[in-house]
Design a protein around this ligand. Structure first.
Ligand SMILES: Cc1cc2nc3c(=O)[nH]c(=O)nc-3n(C[C@H](O)[C@H](O)[C@H](O)COP(=O)(O)O)c2cc1C
Length: 181
């Protein structure tokens, strides 16, 4: 599969089969995330793969309930990946302050997309999720309160193969050459 085929093929999957994902393949996804670029090479992320079935079921029940139940589809996913946003290196933190920008979120985003694209290449579907009960997740994983989990990724073999058209802005709308239009 070429890179353009891969990015065409990747989409958010919200129906998964129960088939477990081999650790070997999850490790390949983690390796792709590990190689992601980051501001000042801070690598401000920690990926926690939740694939132990009882733990995963308990966590999914808690973090996708109540106001977060729009994501309850993710209870079917055989694995969830909680991505902890870690501290940046001093220079990146300083740059963030001066520029009033949050480099660590870009860094985490790039690492997650590396992870997800590697998964897609292996035939594993995924869905980014920014809407979940972070407090419950941190309690379950015994993560200190001062840490932040900005993203959870649902991971599993797709249980549907329908082609969903990509709804996107046109090239003209999202880009321009030599001027801002
Ligand atoms: C940062 C981020 C947070 C997202 N959060 C959710 C979410 O909580 N639930 C969900 O179903 N999809 C979520 N998505 C998936 C988007 O809805 C999806 O990527 C977008 O609609 C484009 O569709 P596609 O991924 O199928 O190409 C999120 C995506 C990103 C990048």
């Amino acid at each position: 599969m070429t890179f353009s085929e891969l990015v065409q093929k990747r989409r958010s999957f919200r129906k998964y089969s129960e088939r477990p994902i081999p650790r070997e393949d999850i490790l390949k996804c983690l390796e792709a995330a590990r190689l992601a670029p980051s501001a000042c090479n801070s690598q401000p992320w920690h990926f926690i793969v939740i694939d132990e079935p009882e733990l995963k079921a308990r966590i999914a029940d808690r973090i996708f309930s109540g106001i977060y139940s729009m994501n309850k589809f993710a209870k079917e996913a055989p694995a969830l990946v909680a991505v902890v946003s870690e501290k940046m290196k001093f220079l990146a933190a300083l740059g963030s302050q001066v520029r009033d920008t949050r480099y660590f979120l870009m860094d985490v985003g790039i690492a997650c997309e590396h992870f997800i694209l590697q998964a897609e290449e292996l035939g594993i579907g995924s869905c980014w999720m920014g809407w979940f009960d972070e407090k419950a997740l941190k309690e379950e994983l015994k993560i200190p309160k001062n840490k932040k989990i900005d993203i959870v990724i649902a991971l599993g073999y797709p249980a549907e193969d329908k082609i969903v058209p990509k709804i996107r802005k046109s090239l003209e709308e999202m880009s321009s050459f030599n001027k801002y239009t």
